[in-house]
Design a protein. Sequence first.
Lengths: 267, 278
Amino acid sequence: MTTVRIPVDTMAWIGPYPFRELPHPEPAVLVRVLEREGIGAAWVGAMQAPWHRDPAPSNAWLRAQLAPHAGVLHATPCVRPDWPGWERVLDEAVARGERAVCTYPMQQGIAATGDALPALARACAERGLVVRLTVRFEDLRQRHWLDAAGDLTAAHVRALVRADPRVHVVVGGAGKELLEETHWSLTPAEQARCWWDWAWLWGPPEDQFTALVRGLGGARFVFGGHWPLRLVQSPIAVAALGASDLPAVTYADGDAISAAARAASVR
Amino acid sequence: MQPRHLVDPHAHFHWAGSRDDFARYNASRLAAGDRMGIRVHVASILGSWGRTSPTYFASPGDVTAGNDAMHAIAAAEPARVRWWVHVNPNHGEHALVEIERAAARGAIGIKLSASRRADDPLLDPVCREAARRGWPILHHVWQHRRREWPMQEASDALELARLAARHRDVRFVLAHIGGGGDWAHTNPAVADHPNIFPDLSGSGVDRGMLDAALAMLGPRRLLWACDLTLCTGLAKLHALAHTGIDQAALDDVCWRNAVRLFPAGALGLREDGTEVDA
């Protein structure tokens, strides 16, 4: 089976998950997994951050954990755009050369309407930081009864992407319906600044992935493995099974998205 | 490390009565299966898959039509496809007639979905028929069902375990530990029921799921499978090799346990991996 070249995993975390045991969510293990699967680097968030009121401690913890693995694991700090002084997270990310920041509107109680998401979009766009969103961490059917946040909505994604013509957004864990709703509710220029991973799109026999790549183009898709929650082999398998139906398709590269975000910020 | 063979004991197909693009869907399954190395798909069709009666409460007419379609696919693909006869135990006499009819047309097991709770006495005649024929039963399971879900009367592992305890001479395949719900609940629920064999299929690809099942149940109790998503089956196949199991255990999970479960020779393989027809 054909393998797909994966320069960057844009959707990874380290650390404990509040609702179930994750085997070995340590950065050294992630480095070994990336090497085993032929993935060059990863954008890594702190797994506990979405459920903390103040993300600052988990950001400090994340950076300390990843320091020995600089060059392979890129810290992706968490920002909560309704928290006092939240812009400082972005300034520190820029100072450290980080590529992206994560935000978790559902867990943080950030509405799709209102000022918070547009403000975050503008602030990230000005600084050349990619905004990383995660639709879900687990299947709705297995979620812990205290995990009542719900899946990210298309309205949240739209609010971010539309807020600034320079903002670059990567969305992980979207299903076919959310992806299609969002993509086709954006202008072509807005669509071009929004990327999707395919971790929750299915391959054969339903062939959602193949159909979406044919319809939207491979350039809209970027790899996200969702480690340590899910088997990183899964999106690799989806791409491998679809490869014979998608000859010569090139997917987006996290490094290129980051470079584009930086370039847009100085225009 | 690769298994010597690969058998998918939890597969499904479609037909003209269930979706318009059934031919594309079925061809996609077989083509992807070939790429993955699947030797045999043991499949069922659940009536009209909701088109003319609910998927999990299929009408007798839809059950029969679905089984006819499934038989036709198996007859057209004798090398790659075997089949489970699907029955709805709410229509008990019809279920037994369907089993008899399917046996004459080459079915090798019984598929129960979510038409009636697994521990309901209405399932007993179906189980007795499975025992008489030496057939396994593949039972749809919601892992740790904590409430009722619409359009199905789903069962969880505890409920299937009660049925299995009543029918110790029947081998039950517990469907898709990755198919929804809390898989961590299932392993301890069936650990003391050696006639229950969970399959690994389903869209769920949580890290830790394979390791936990192997640790609690061991490789002789588990069946690699795909259900509706071959991609997640392929991911789990690749991940199994990194769980620390050896070649013999990988072969158990990927095909040998299936060979043991079904009537002798039904999959065209012997336990030693040689072909029955060779």
